[in-house]
Ligand binder design. Structure first.
Ligand code: ATP
Ligand code: MG
Length: 466
């Protein structure tokens, strides 16, 4: 792995703190990621220096969450040089031990400490509790990230995190019950890390999660949403949702999804099994870095099925799309998704069954279908939906082929006729305008008319037949 500007900047900060006589280490997620051979998203530093000292020591600093003791240190740049866009500031946090937690969300008070050991003990999981000294007491390394084995020699492990990292285990630091009681968000963080790395959850940690799962209701919906979205979009979403189910969290965060379990489907269309199994098979296909809307759309596309299940000549889910849209809208409201995000997630639910009809659609209907915002997401959802059921992609191939072959000007051609043209032709604006313009546009999309004169002639016919 090549050394990054972020890593170099962190080493420079570490060296400066050390030179001034303070203890300082890389800490938390970045150490874990380096040991796993993954590129860390950011490098966090833990130090014995107080925030006010850190603020004075570097030229470009910002205090954040003053009472959490964190200072952002921006990269030093040559005078006159522009700030490189990729440079994120480094978070420098003073060693601290958290006081009591009385609200299940954040500590009542934060005490600074000179002990690195105390600082790691307040962290959540052993794999997140490692410290790294990349300077090995001396100057910066030439090949800092080259060799995970060498890195291990520089790790300071007060919590058994190295062994758990090797064994693939998410384990709470200290007494699991207490740690989840302190901060209920950790319930979801445990699932997220286990899913992301394909790790298992250590039995006592798992038992505490099951016991305390209902506490997740005390966490703000935005924070729950953000955790769930990360699980859905980081890859391994299936594993995450199986763990949510297994730990008893699913029924609290998404009871509507939990209801999919055991809802049978007609085996001729769904040989894979019930609605939950089908949904898990979609989640298994979500790529790391996929869009939030596609991920939530995949999760919720069949959310209307449990409420509409009916045994007739075969199992039927009549109206599941409409009910599903209502439930998806409610879930998006609850999690405070933006209006745009909500609209797209609900649109994915709304249109997911229309692909079946695509080969029989009139040209005008198909073109209007292609006008949906982010049609690529509708296509991607349909593909996952097919692969999670029959595995037959003929229909998806058909729609994808037609969509790819149709340029924007064919899907959305400049109108041959507008309301103004109708007024100029002597018609009085009224409710028929919209209807007639729509019908004229259909004829244009069908290729039945090609000129403004033909469009006006057709409109005249429609007016006279009204
Ligand atoms: P990611 O790769 O998702 O950023 P991360 O481990 O870096 O994972 P952050 O949320 O960035 O997680 O937090 C950085 C570190 O702070 C963690 O590794 C952990 O040591 C500590 N931490 C974060 N949130 C909590 C929490 N709720 N309780 C205890 N420690 C926490
Ligand atoms: Mg992080």
């Amino acid at each position: 792995m090549p050394a990054s500007p972020q890593f170099d900047a962190a080493c420079h900060i570490l060296a400066t703190l050390r030179a001034a006589g303070y203890e300082a280490y890389l800490a938390g997620g970045c150490v874990r990621d380096l040991l796993l051979g993954r590129e860390p998203g950011d490098y966090d530093i833990a130090t014995s220096a107080r925030p006010e000292v850190v603020l004075d020591m570097f030229p470009r600093t910002f205090a954040v969450g003053a009472h959490f003791g964190v200072v952002l240190v921006a990269h030093e740049i040559e005078p006159g040089q522009p700030e490189p866009a990729s440079h994120k500031p480094t978070e420098v946090a003073t060693f601290r031990s958290d006081g009591a937690y009385s609200d299940g969300r954040r500590p009542d008070e934060v005490r600074y400490t000179l002990s690195a050991e105390e600082d790691v003990e307040r962290r959540d999981f052993t794999i997140n509790g490692l410290l790294l000294d990349p300077l090995r007491g001396g100057g910066p390394l030439e090949q800092p990230l080259a060799d995970p084995e060498q890195l291990q020699a520089d790790v300071i492990d007060h919590v058994g995190g190295l062994a758990d990292l090797h064994a693939g285990i998410v384990r709470a630091i200290g007494r699991p019950e207490r740690r989840f009681e302190e901060d209920h968000l950790r319930l979801l963080r445990a699932v997220r890390f286990a899913a992301r790395f394909g790790f298992s959850i250590e039995p006592a940690t798992h038992a505490a999660m099951r016991h305390l799962a209902a506490r997740i209701h005390a966490v703000s919906r935005e924070r729950v949403r953000d955790e769930l979205t990360k699980m859905l979009t980081e890859g391994l979403a299936r594993h995450a949702f199986e763990l949510l189910d297994e730990t008893g969290l699913l029924v609290h965060v998404l009871p509507e999804v939990a209801r999919m379990k055991g809802v049978e489907q007609p085996p001729q269309f769904h040989p894979e099994g019930d609605v939950w199994t089908h949904t898990l098979l979609l989640l298994a296909q979500l790529e790391p870095g996929c869009s939030l809307t596609l991920a939530w759309g995949a999760l919720l596309h069949d959310i209307g099925k449990p409420a509409t299940f009916r045994r007739a000549e075969r199992i039927r889910f009549d109206g599941h799309v409409e009910i599903g849209m209502a439930i998806a809208t409610e879930i998006c409201r609850r999690f405070r998704f933006s209006n745009d995000e909500t609209a797209q997630i609900v649109a994915l639910v709304e249109h997911h069954m229309r692909f079946m009809d695509a080969p029989r659609m009139k040209a005008s209907t198909l073109k209007r279908f292609f006008r949906l915002d982010h049609f690529d997401e509708h296509l991607a959802l349909h593909k996952m939906d097919c692969l999670a059921a029959s595995g037959n992609l003929d229909n998806w191939e058909f729609v994808r082929g037609r969509f790819a072959a149709m340029p924007e000007e064919t899907v959305r051609p400049a109108p041959l006729l507008t309301g103004r043209d109708l007024i100029a032709a002597g018609y009085t604006p009224g409710p028929q305008f919209k209807q007639i313009l729509h019908a004229v546009e259909d004829a244009q999309l069908e290729g039945a008319i090609h000129t403004a004169d033909e469009a006006l002639a057709l409109a005249r016919e429609y007016f006279s037949s009204l």
